[in-house]
Design a protein around this ligand. Sequence first.
Ligand code: R2B
Ligand code: URA
Length: 302
Amino acid sequence: MTSETKSPLQEMLQSNPHLAPLKVDYLYHLGLNTSMDLKGMFGDVKFVLMGGSPDRMLELITRASVELGLGKLIPVGCAIAPVGKHERYHLYKLGPIISVSHGMGMPSMSILLHEITKLMHYAGASDFTFIRVGTSGGLKVTPGTVVITTQALNGLLEPFHYSHVLGKTLKRPCDMDERLAAEIFACKGDIPAVLGKTMSTDDFYEGQARLDGYLCDYGPEDRFNFLSKCHEAGVRNIEMEAAEFAEFCTRAKVSGAVVCVAILDRLGASADQVTSTPEQLLQFNSNAISLVFNFIRSRLGL
Ligand code: R2B
Ligand code: URA
């Protein structure tokens, strides 16, 4: 390291100098803290893969052990198990990969992003990439197609994320790393995938123009007009975390991508209800994971 290049820790202290006086920093929701050997545990991480559900993230890391040949790193007689506490998030680590659940919605995603990014910096990890590997509702996209986000939009179709801080509303850009999105897209092979904008909402039902929630104050025409307007604006899928993820990665200067499979077409026959069978959903999710694995293989030269 030259006198000009900063260590990951120095970079973080520049982002938030209030961390410097902490003797021990407790990453409360992960059940990890800086009195632990975080460098030994996580210093080699290059890919932080995040998805909503703990089960899916276990499936992902289990597949990585086989398909990326990382199983040889598991000592004989040991099995994959979550690291830290798993009351809120489930975090798995195998070789250069962390697979961690983020729960549903932007508040849950935000907490994970703060703690996982601090973890990467305390661990001295470098050149790491964050990827949200998730599910979404497509717009004129065949179920099973993976959408790689080029720009995140909020529920007002703006390329901004609003946060309330110290009693004020902050409007922050939620741009994606378009080069990374293109790099991932180039790894698609036979997997159905498109590049497109992603709208992130704070709700699954009214926030996504569904008619099948417990409450609903609009009709089918309003729903169709809004979803069509989203499609015309370049939106190809709708989910609940990309805007927060994009905003955080932009501010933290972390290279990040959102790779979500469409599990239904909101402008097609499947409308609002998710009617696919568990087997079909497994295959859809598998498409997103396979695409991310293709990208990891290409990055690692495997
Ligand atoms: C996709 O799926 C979840 C809602 O079912 C939510 O976390 C999202 O973004
Ligand atoms: N996740 C969402 O947020 N919306 C959908 O329609 C499907 C999955």
